[in-house]
Design a protein around this ligand. Structure first.
Ligand code: MF3
Ligand code: CO
Length: 260
């Protein structure tokens, strides 16, 4: 059963998603060479407090052997997802960092992620970031009533295959609403015209996770951080998307970018 949001539900999803995006945006503004990922995570917690939200990740059980210990997921370079901020991890010019922010506001969840450059990065890394974002948009364009989940998956895969980039298979996109992970699962690879049928009122996290090398995953000893087995760098781009009767709409837009 894929939950359909109606009326007030959609209003609540909009609000939660604006908060999630605003937290991410404020965190991104802090990223610079020399800062450490513990401080960025703590700043994320502070922004959530200010906006009246709580982390959907903190203490989350259902991914690792221990509850998730941080407020946001911060993954550097070859780390793909679910990295844990640490005072000993300082960012250097040329690094990339994924900020993944999922929050609960009024009982509803907004979830978004983006990999950003720390200062100037190598051209192939720039290309990875750009291609990951582009793959998201190709996938999102398929998020329309009457289409199927496989249409999203196929569009993401085709976009990334064209650039010979690795597509992570161990993690997938998902429905989102009152819980962080609702049906359906949304793989970043698949076949057209397969999978569950899409309908207006669905809220979906579309989130390609992409590598410059092999997409094979290695779990770190903290029980949460997933990095690439071959050490190649990885990028992630995620929004919460509402399927409206007219087409897809990104809900995770920061306050500062809302059209008045
Ligand atoms: N956006 C991430 C996801 O959908 C949030 C994970 S929170 C964690 O998987 F606790 F699982 F890390
Ligand atoms: Co997500």
């Amino acid at each position: 059963m894929i939950p359909i949001k109606r009326g007030e539900d959609i209003k609540h999803m909009r609000e939660a998603c604006i908060v999630a995006a605003t937290v991410l945006d404020r965190m991104a503004a802090l990223v610079e060479p020399g800062c450490n990922t513990y401080d960025i995570d703590q700043a994320g917690k502070k922004f959530m407090d200010e906006l009246g939200a709580v982390s959907a990740c903190y203490n989350y059980r259902g991914g690792g052997p221990v509850p998730y210990p941080a407020y946001t997921c911060l993954s550097i370079n070859d780390e793909i997802v679910h990295g844990i901020g640490s005072i000993t991890r300082s960012l250097r010019e040329g690094d990339i960092i994924t900020l993944d922010v999922a929050i609960i506001y009024n009982g509803w969840i907004g979830d978004n992620a983006r990999t950003i450059a720390v200062g100037k990065v190598a051209p192939e890394v720039e290309f990875l970031l750009k291609s990951t974002e582009e793959a998201f948009h190709k996938g999102m364009q398929q998020a329309r009533k009457g289409k199927r989940v496989g249409d999203i998956s196929f569009a993401v895969q085709r976009s990334l295959d064209a650039h010979n980039l690795g597509i992570v298979r161990d993690f997938v996109g998902h429905g989102v609403g009152r819980s962080m992970h609702e049906e359906p699962q949304i793989p970043n690879f698949g076949r057209k015209n397969t999978g569950p049928r899409l309908a207006a009122g669905m809220t979906l996290c579309i989130e390609p996770m992409v590598t410059l090398g092999s997409p094979e995953v290695k779990m770190l000893s903290d029980g949460w951080t997933a990095s690439t087995r071959d050490g190649s760098w990885s990028a992630h781009y995620e929004h919460t998307v509402l399927i409206t009767p007219e087409g897809p709409e990104i809900l995770t837009i920061p306050e500062s970018q809302l059209k008045k």
